[in-house]
Write a protein that binds this ligand. Sequence first.
Ligand code: GLA
Length: 378
Amino acid sequence: MSTTTMRIASTSLCIVVGLACTARGEHPAGRPTLKEAFSGDFLVGAALNTAQSSGQAPDELALAQRQFNSITPEAVLQWDYIHYQPEGYNFAPADQFVALGEKYDMFIVGHVLVWEDVTPKWVFEDEAGNPVDRETLLSRMRDHIHAVVGRYKGRIKGWDVVNEAIDDDGSRCQNAWQRIIGEDYIEKAFQYAHEADPDSELYYNDYCEWYPAKKIAFANLVRDLQSKGIRIDGIGLQGHWSLESPSLGELEAMFADYGKLGVKIMITELDIGFLPEVNPSQYGKDISELSSDLDPYADGLPDKMERALADRYAEIFACFRRHRDKIDRVTFWGVYDGQSWLNYWPVGGRSAYPLLFDRELQPKPAFDAVIRTAKQPR
Ligand code: GLA
């Protein structure tokens, strides 16, 4: 059955049995949207994929427009997408993304300028394949940042300047930026971004943000940049969390600690994963090659798990509201479950349910649980 036929069939079923369901992505009457519910607290954003920002997924885009007041691109501003080869930039998809955010009057986030995982090999190598020297790499970084930030000057309001540069033990990742340029590559990236758009906010973004060693390292980074007079406006906490971790106590401690830094705090990539853990030796494989035990909800999510997800989201958003004075924005990593990276990583072809809207773009019990936290007294 085609998707359209299924949609018509399920709508007719609703009419026949008198269920209160809506067309794909339509918002149920009487419920506030996320951006309305948290309008006095923080921005609520979502990451858009390329199909959404280029207009190829109109229902998904309409849902994003209704629910969110900030957008981040999943891919179109990453180095390997926008500047895959030394010559020339692939600006058209990012142009569409930025125009869309302006059309809908959303806070537009730029993700990401310096992140080793998405940097093409050519950036670090000369024509013979040998590592370039410090000055060459600095100049490539500066050119890239000036080209990309400069193009969207005054339009992209905040940039994830550097992503994932600190290991879980708080030490610097020994990535190619660090190996070739040295310790100061982060401050150089922030300086170049500030030169290219002096009015844009600049953030450092990372994961496992509640680990004590990371909290200390992020704080040291902020203080170090500030002591050198380099602009840094905020810390992006990715928020790839699970049903149990980080615990509520860890979240509370995290906001209390980051709150002392005096910079903006954002949750930048929120989702709640609860599929079984995968042995690292199986990373990158497709589920068809592996045990189906690793994909327990392929036929749908049982009510018990829907409730567990709703309870977890309620706990998290109640915590966000308690710390609303420190939190500037909460962005989900995707608009709806069908688009989540957790369907494809660490193994492909699984069914993940980490967000607030299901594969039919309908609000899940977790959505209602989140909205209810907005009504609680602070
Ligand atoms: C990281 C990155 C994002 C994205 C997500 C998951 O957190 O910052 O760009 O790749 O992982 O897809």
